[in-house]
Design a protein around this ligand. Sequence first.
Ligand SMILES: *Cc1c(COP(=O)(O)O)cnc(C)c1O
Length: 453
Amino acid sequence: MTTTADRSTTPTNGLPQERRLVTSIPGPKSQALQARKTEAVSAGIGVMLPVYVVKAGGGVLVDVDGNSLIDMGSGIAVTTVGNANPDVVAGVQQQVADFTHTCFMVTPYSGYVEVCEALNRLTPGDHTKRSALFNSGAEAVENAVKIARAYTKRQAVVVVEHGYHGRTNLTMALTAKNMPYKQSFGPFAPEVYRVPTSYPYRDRGLKGPEMAQIAITRIEKEIGAANVAAIIIEPIQGEGGFIVPGDGYFSAMADFATANGIVFVADEIQSGFCRTGDWFASEYEGVVPDMITTAKGIAGGLPLAAVTGRAEIMDSVHAGGLGGTYGGNPVACAAALGSIRWMEEQDANGLAKAIEAVMLPRLTSMAERFPAIGDIRGRGAMIAIELVVPGTMDPDAGLAATLNTFCHANGVVTLTTGTYGNVFRFLPPLTMPIPLLEEALGILEQAFEAATS
Ligand SMILES: *Cc1c(COP(=O)(O)O)cnc(C)c1O
């Protein structure tokens, strides 16, 4: 593979790029902090792996006990440019010293405008665009719905099975999975409709366009296309299980939206910003969404989110109808500008593709040894394996949990996901050194050996 990406210059935050365990995981200091957490923090805030981090960079997280763990999660696809990326740190330090907040809606500043200009330039399509900034992914999705409703003067919102869009009231309604996101938190917002997605591994041979036709018929017969304000779809589903729709599904849904005056929203909060080897995963099928929601990878770890869309749609809202006290905070904007500059200068998409080039063949050879690997999917640095009971397609969430525990105990921070809890997902920072990536995959292989022997 030829890319201009040069991994030898990726930042490490001065940390040795090694897996180093000096205590059991979690170590004694982490355990003491976790005990304090239990006393101080709501039990509703779960912790997957209670190692308390003190420093991070490149491909490692260093904990309070001095362990160095391989980071295969990027804090859920956030630190794509690496933790404490120097371009992010420099921008943040300057900004935080100059001023920390004015509220853009009161007295504005250039960073906000520059981030919007970058989003308008980088997102798919060469039409005139506008952006608006918010604090979290859920808030961006909520605002996409507000804007689409204001523009279309329609109310219905269509989402798909296995979709994930956040934890606020409206986005809980948009999200498919009950536990843990929705259980006991209803009632949910009305006028939200869920139609089939394309899940090639589980669609019994039906192709992307066929699944789109099923979804479209449902929209036409049960909702009425003329009532639909927006269709919101992740081009690769994140929390739903890294489900890559069959070729043609995403573009067929976009075409149907366009033909029916429906705002087509790509939720790129997890898949965007070079995660999949493209700036945005929508580009893979050449889809130009009317609106894109972004967050996670946008600002190297600072809280920032955005809605970017066609100017006529974005400008259809009355002045003052959108916003928020902190949306587009100047420090978060400085982080985003540093992050975006780094992605452009370092060919971040090339770095993501190089990670895919290591992971896919290695996972494919593991699947030959371990029949519990039912499916391997994803693109760039957004790759997953789906675990099943061998010889069946029955989800094996227990195996996913066992592998996860083994990896954690051996100093690799891994994540599971999926509606059935049986998907093992990998979201390494693009600054991950290749030898460390290979070491993490070796630990996974050992985890399989231990679990299936
Ligand atoms: C994480 C995520 C969200 C919610 O973002 P928050 O910042 O956690 O509110 C929405 N959509 C997708 C696709 C996500 O992955």
